[in-house]
Design a protein around this ligand. Sequence first.
Ligand SMILES: CC(C)(COP(=O)(O)OP(=O)(O)OC[C@H]1O[C@@H](n2cnc3c(N)ncnc32)[C@H](O)[C@@H]1OP(=O)(O)O)[C@@H](O)C(=O)NCCC(=O)NCCS
Length: 165
Amino acid sequence: MTIRLERPEDIAAIGAVTTAAFEGRPYSSQTEALIVDALRAAGALSLSLVAQADDGEIVGHIAFSPVDIAISAGDWYGLGPVSVAPGRQKEGHGQALIREGLERLQAMGAAGCVLLGSPLYYARFGFETDEALTYGGEASPYLQRLVFKGRPPRGSVTYHMAFGA
Ligand SMILES: CC(C)(COP(=O)(O)OP(=O)(O)OC[C@H]1O[C@@H](n2cnc3c(N)ncnc32)[C@H](O)[C@@H]1OP(=O)(O)O)[C@@H](O)C(=O)NCCC(=O)NCCS
């Protein structure tokens, strides 16, 4: 399995993997594939990685995009959507995508990364819930951050408008 940057010829497979991964998930808006396309169209797909199996199949994808945080310094990014094809989950692809993505983000000079997701899953990567951050006007246990450099950010987190797709 290889983790690498997306290429134009991967775009259809990324959409299919994203749609399949989120299908039927109660926390999903079922718009995640549209969001990835809208981020790409807006030039806001800051980092887009695929997991490619040895047979060439795209089995996973992760997107990172810029976020605004009210009180923060440096460049902050949002992690997600992250998707692994339903038949290929729990084989480590998700963790490999996340670890490689975070390493690359840090190498790009990012100050840190935020996400909305299960703390049970993301704590292993160093993400922490922080009540100083809010999303939609409220603190949330699902809102987590990972600081690469500088002080922890505070206040309202706003994702790119493509998340309204
Ligand atoms: C979340 C996702 C990307 C993880 O990818 P994966 O390749 O299955 O994950 P890995 O094999 O790297 O890791 C598996 C571990 O993650 C755990 N895990 C996966 N999804 C989880 C979740 N939503 N909450 C808590 N733990 C989760 C598994 O139980 C397993 O735990 P273990 O290591 O203690 O056994 C994948 O399950 C997926 O595409 N899910 C549907 C889409 C989605 O929910 N995306 C994330 C939205 S925030």
